[in-house]
Design a protein. Structure first.
Length: 615
């Protein structure tokens, strides 16, 4: 029999399928083999995360199944024939799987088949590295299972962080920001986290000092309008100016929400990348039983979505050590910002990169306006639109749909792109069947042997155009999306190199304009148990604003991420558009179509079983 179980990892509840097997007389079933056979016959979301072998099913006094008495997969005794971890390395990898995925995994379980994705793969190797073993993200893609990863893991060397000065060649995504009109002093990302007991502001200063010394991006100073980036020595960064403490009244009351809003605005205003101020930490101390809160605000030149996973894990480790009076020792990055910047500059002039030019040219040439009757002025030319003139519509998918999405053989980016082109078809009066979008991906690629950005904080995002075509049926649509993400679009890094770092191809691609729609799937934040979700009133009050006059180059921006929910992980999506292009009703209808399209795609049985593991 199969049932839904709630397991807890890092303080976060996760719902998953657990299977219970009662063997016949003399039988010794192998749970790994059974699960593999189920995976051959069932859609991925219907395959139990774990199988538990029992002598008998527990019954109530009335003879009915006692579900409450069923052991959680992690609590069950080893089943006959089930293989335990083969050595300490395999045990370390299995523990990291459970911590990152929020559910137990077997030695032969495929990381991507049990809820993993490319961003979680980076977090996985970080978790393993903390235990003294070294793996790269590409190892996860190649090996996939704990057993195979344990075979290629190697002991961590005695490396030291570089806390000195360095010059960083320009990254493509930063050069894109430099091209946008308006101010970018407050262009930021932020998180709000609940703080456990015993965490003082003095220990926080020690922890932040360790973060600054370890991660070059937190010591960045930009000049020449973002055209140059310099890493300052750690000794030059005044940590006292980065860390602040504020007494907070009831965070759920009007006074508390006012303080959160005022202090988040003040923290954002203190950002000044030209002066080297790229990080702010505000500790809100709360009386009573409510947990304290920590607001972290970082300028976008210093962080991306993956960086927050690294920083939050490091901060927890450093703050815990400092609070206990222990020395803080954080693992250093393998590849530095400066080193990766030099590799990007070299790759921009590479013949293989230049060979991608025609592909990107053809994709951009296919872009057309996406808002009916708006025409060029209001649609493709949004140079007059600024952040202050935008509006946002949001939707939250149910937990059961999100669970199927996470277990789907298609990854979150593929599903988001499919939902986008289907939503536009449903929303547009003429039933539009194709769409050119800008796609954001994490951009952390192995440009040369030994390159490993799993411990490197910075803004590495790859932004590139993709031409989407609607197909009838979810399976055909998803397969077409996957095919279009092959070749140069597999990573998309070549577009940024040709568009922003190459003197000949850059102006030509720039003349073709910007796709009207941006799609960004940020992955999973539900595994970071302390992060306050986007719909929490405390987070809404502490939301940080961008520069109001910063140019908005897209007709619509679609951003999706998986966050903690009361019944398990839930996907949140936000659609943002200039008010002159889409009024509130149109934008809300488009958001509804997007959410409904994704639900239809995820629930389609034909799509659930048509492909192998996701990445």
């Amino acid at each position: 029999m199969v049932t839904v179980r709630t397991v807890e990892s890092d303080g976060t509840p996760h719902r998953s399928l657990a299977g219970y097997v009662v063997p016949g007389p003399g039988a010794q079933p192998d749970p790994v083999a059974l699960r593999s056979r189920l995976a051959e016959r069932l859609p991925a979301y219907m395959v139990p995360s774990a199988l538990v072998v029992l002598d008998r099913l527990p019954l109530t006094v009335n003879g009915k199944l006692d579900r409450a008495a069923l052991p959680a997969p992690g609590d069950a005794a080893p089943a006959p024939g089930a293989r335990a971890a083969a050595g300490p390395e395999e045990a370390t990898v299995l523990e990291a799987f459970a911590a990152v995925l929020g559910t137990a995994a077997g030695p032969d379980d495929d990381f991507f088949a049990v809820g993993g994705d490319s961003i979680l793969a980076i977090r996985l190797v970080n978790r393993i590295r903390r235990s003294g073993l070294v793996l790269g993200p590409q190892d996860v893609f190649r090996e996939r299972t704990p057993a195979a990863l344990a075979e290629v893991a190697r002991p961590a060397g005695d490396t030291r962080a570089t806390d000195g000065a360095a010059e960083v060649p320009p990254f493509p995504i930063v050069q894109r920001l430099a091209e946008l009109s308006g101010s970018h002093r407050r262009h930021n990302q932020s998180v709000l986290v609940e703080v456990g007991p015993g965490r003082s502001v003095a220990a926080l200063r020690t922890a932040v000092a360790a973060l600054v010394a370890t991660h070059e991006a937190l010591r960045l100073r930009v000049t020449e309008g973002l055209r140059e980036m310099h890493v300052r020595p750690a000794a030059e960064v005044a940590v006292d100016g980065c860390v602040h403490q504020v007494a907070l009244p009831d965070p759920h009351g009007p006074d508390g929400r006012r303080v959160l809003a005022e202090e988040s605005a003040a923290a954002t205003a203190r950002l000044d990348p030209e002066a080297g101020s790229v990080l702010q930490a505000v500790l809100f101390t709360v009386d009573g039983d409510e947990p304290d809160l920590l607001l972290l605000v970082a300028h976008h030149v210093a962080v991306d979505g993956v960086s927050w996973h690294i920083l939050l894990d490091d901060l927890d480790e450093a703050w815990t050590a400092a609070a206990a009076g222990r020395p803080v020792r954080l693992a250093p990055p393998v590849t530095s910002l400066a080193e990766y910047g030099r590799l990007l500059a070299e790759r921009a002039a590479d013949r293989a990169t230049l060979a991608e030019y025609r592909h990107w040219q053809q994709v951009l040439a296919a872009a057309t306006p996406v808002v009916p009757d708006a025409g060029t002025d209001a649609d493709t030319d949004t140079r007059r639109a600024t952040r202050s003139a935008t509006r946002t519509a949001t939707r939250v998918l149910p937990a059961d749909v999100t669970d199927r999405l996470l277990r789907s053989p298609w990854d979150g980016t593929e599903l988001s792109l499919a939902a986008t082109v289907e939503a536009w078809h449903r929303w547009s009066p003429q039933g539009r069947d194709d769409l050119v979008v800008d796609l954001e991906r994490h951009g952390r690629e192995e440009l040369a042997p030994g390159v490993d950005l799993s411990r490197t904080v910075g803004w590495f995002t790859a932004l590139f155009p993709v031409h989407l075509v609607r197909r009838e049926g979810a399976a055909a649509l998803l397969q077409d999306v996957r095919d279009r993400l092959g070749g140069p679009a597999a990573t998309g890094i070549g577009f940024g190199l040709l568009r922003y770092l190459h003197p000949q191809t850059g102006p030509r691609l720039a003349a073709l304009g910007t796709p009207p729609v941006l799609v960004n799937y940020l992955g999973r934040m539900d595994g970071v148990s302390a992060v306050v979700g986007p719909d929490d009133p405390r987070r809404i009050a502490a939301r940080t604003e961008q520069d109001p006059d910063l140019e908005v180059p897209h007709t619509c921006e679609i951003e999706a991420m998986v966050c903690r929910g009361p019944r398990g992980p839930q996907l949140h999506v936000a659609l943002t558009a200039p008010g002159a292009v889409l009024d509130a009703d149109d934008l809300d209808l488009l958001a509804r179509h997007w959410a409904e399209a994704l639900i239809d795609i995820v629930n389609d049985p034909a799509a659930a079983g048509t492909s192998g593991g996701s990445a």
